[in-house]
Design a protein around this ligand. Structure first.
Ligand code: ZN
Ligand code: FE
Length: 259
């Protein structure tokens, strides 16, 4: 598991805003600050200094607090080059290195289109900040990208080391697992994890971060190449066979109408 200290700041109904700490833990960067007031509150209460803002995509629940925090703290704003991000000072493309010298941290930028066309993720120090691309047990909706793009984006994440800590931007796990169990009812890891998530949520606890190893074991959107998953998707869609991209698209559509 990642040695990177991270503070979870819940916001709105189900967003998680992440504060990642420097080697000196009083210096922090924030990922996807949808709500400036929530972040300012934690910074003041914990006597933290905000040195950078990292944004994964342009949606309001991820960017709503960027301008106010940038104004208040005078820090750089990193975000995807191909999307409109408020107050952005550093436009990022795949493979860029985000060096945060006052934190002693650095992150690699991964391109992960699908949820939005220019969505990026930040990987480093055994952690992945993936915005609305990968959720525990699920993935983001395809608002701007294609199924093929999302499948490729998720495949990139699945290839990261198994112990990578995955900081998703929403607490969607319980609902995702109800769907995952419909897809793959015979997966013992999934059944066990669903029971654990039920316990965590009943206690009011977050299920995030998750890990890449766990998601490989339980997340149907990372498992469409497996017979147990694709057979279930094809059966539900009433098709005899589908190519990988089409299978992924059918799975995502099934999730969209699943209640
Ligand atoms: Zn989003
Ligand atoms: Fe979101």
């Amino acid at each position: 598991m990642s040695a990177l200290p991270v503070t979870c700041v819940p916001a709105f109904d189900d967003n998680y805003l992440w504060l990642l700490h420097g080697v000196d833990p009083r210096h922090v960067a924030v990922v996807d600050p949808g709500d400036a007031a929530r972040i300012a509150q934690v910074l003041q209460a914990e006597h933290l200094h905000l040195d950078a803002i990292l944004v994964t995509h342009h949606h309001r629940d991820h960017t709503g607090g960027v301008q106010a925090l940038a104004d208040a703290y005078g820090c750089p704003v990193y975000g995807p080059a191909s999307e409109t991000i408020p107050a952005r000072t550093q436009a990022l493309v795949a493979g860029d290195l985000v060096a945060l010298p006052t934190l002693g941290r650095h992150f690699t930028v991964l391109d992960c289109p699908g949820h939005t066309a220019g969505h990026i993720a930040y990987a480093g120090h055994g952690a992945l900040f993936c915005g609305d691309t990968l959720f525990s047990g699920g993935c983001g909706r395809l608002f701007e990208g294609t199924a093929a793009q999302m499948l490729h984006s998720l495949g990139q994440f699945a290839a990261l080391p198994g112990d990578t800590a995955v900081y998703c931007a929403h607490e969607y796990t319980a609902a995702n697992l109800r769907f995952a169990l419909a897809v793959e009812p015979g997966n013992p890891d999934l059944v066990a994890y669903a029971a654990e998530v039920t316990r965590l949520r009943a206690a009011g606890l977050a299920t995030v971060p998750t890990t890449i190893a766990r998601e490989r074991a339980i997340n149907p959107f990372l498992r469409t190449q497996l017979p147990a998953v694709y057979a279930s998707v094809w059966q539900e869609a009433e098709v005899a066979h589908a190519a990988p991209d089409e299978t992924f698209r059918l799975l995502r559509e099934w999730k969209n109408r699943f209640r």
